[in-house]
Design a protein around this ligand. Structure first.
Ligand SMILES: Cc1cc2nc3c(=O)[nH]c(=O)nc-3n(C[C@H](O)[C@H](O)[C@H](O)COP(=O)(O)O)c2cc1C
Length: 337
């Protein structure tokens, strides 16, 4: 069965019911006599999903019912579960207005946890899905196609908000966004790029140098906005959940923010060009970055009317996209899927 739902519908007593596609609603009510109002907002979509501790539901559960021992709710679930919801009138938290938390229920003999903050997570409608893939597949790194149309503040805010909703290690959100419109700052960045690019060119084998020098690898002065996305390595304190053994996770998180921004920008008709050919020390100085902060990405942003239909580096013969099949292994490194 797909799309089973657990609904929590009553005050004072809690009812759990299971509803399924084309299946008559089956209902099992377990009364939890606690004298507390408990309303779990929203419905949980269970069908193909994974709930709580990776319980997968494939079959219609005959019943979803309370399986915990008969004891007061607060004791049953502990404080973490038993969150008080502040009164809308007074803002004060009163006993009796509980916001439901993890709630053990049994489905076909398996105990699972219904989480109150879960929302519907079924697949998108076809057109929405297509739009997501379109953004992914048609996004391009832009160096030369920027128009001089300014990016309005509302659009920029949407892009930054998209970036800020990226995943981050331990929810540390190590990013900052430095919005650069000053021609003077851009000019200094361009100078730093030119120096690093000359050094880079010399590092490539001779037969690649001519091609390298023909490539345009930045659009700093033509893009209306440059955006530096930084990573604060001290964000979240000395011990961050998920970073304990791999400190580089903060940079990875910051890159997730960049990717979110790039995809949102594609949907807005804004091109993004990532410029990484800089000596990091020049960036530190240019942007006054403290020692615990690094510049992860210098992004050039501007409206675009046309984009390459394939990566520009591919179109110009520098590199080709590798077939996906060459990159997918099964179970261990090197074993072809
Ligand atoms: C971390 C990173 C750094 C990059 N640095 C540069 C750069 O300095 N100059 C440049 O022209 N492109 C840069 N790019 C863009 C890549 O060249 C581009 O993503 C790649 O060629 C694939 O093309 P596409 O993004 O248009 O699909 C960078 C991309 C990433 C992810």
């Amino acid at each position: 069965m797909r799309n089973a739902q657990v609904r929590f519908v009553s005050y004072r007593h809690t009812s759990y019911s299971v509803l399924g596609d084309g299946v008559p609603p089956m209902c099992s009510c377990a009364r939890v006599s606690v004298g507390l109002s408990l309303l779990l907002s929203g419905a949980l979509r269970l069908g193909e999903g994974i709930i709580g501790n990776a319980v997968q539901l494939r079959d219609v559960p005959n019943a979803v019912k309370w399986t915990g021992p008969q004891m007061p709710l607060a004791e049953r679930f502990g404080k973490a579960w038993f969150r008080m919801k502040p009164s809308q009138k007074t803002g004060q938290t009163k006993p009796g207005r509980a916001m439901a938390g993890a709630c053990p229920v049994s489905v076909q003999g398996k105990t699972m946890t219904a989480e109150p903050f879960l929302t519907d997570a079924g697949p998108f409608a076809e057109a929405e899905r297509a739009a997501v893939y379109r953004a992914i597949h048609t996004r391009r790194d832009v160096r030369s196609q920027f128009t001089d149309r300014p990016i309005n503040d509302a659009t920029l805010l949407r892009l930054l908000t998209a970036a800020h909703h990226a995943p981050s290690v331990g929810l540390s959100q190590p990013w900052n966004f430095i919005v650069i419109r000053s021609e003077a700052v851009k000019l200094r960045a361009q100078t730093a790029f030119a120096k690093a690019n000359a050094e880079a060119q010399a590092m490539f084998p001779e037969d690649r140098r001519a091609l390298y020098s023909s490539l345009k690898l930045e659009g700093i002065l033509t893009a209306p906005i440059s955006l530096c996305v930084t990573c604060d390595h001290s964000r979240g304190g000395p011990v961050v959940l998920g970073r304990t053994h791999q400190p580089q996770m903060d940079v990875y998180s910051t890159v997730c923010a960049v990717q979110n921004l790039m995809l949102a920008a594609r949907a807005e008709g804004i091109g993004v060009g990532w410029v990484s050919i800089f000596d990091p020390a020049d960036m530190q100085q240019l942007l006054d970055l403290p020692n615990h902060v690094s510049a992860v990405a210098w992004l050039c942003l501007g409206h675009v009317d046309a984009l390459y239909s394939e990566p520009e580096l591919q179109a110009k013969g520098w590199a080709q996209r590798v077939p996906l099949a060459d990159l997918v292994f099964a179970e261990r490194w090197g074993r072809r899927a």
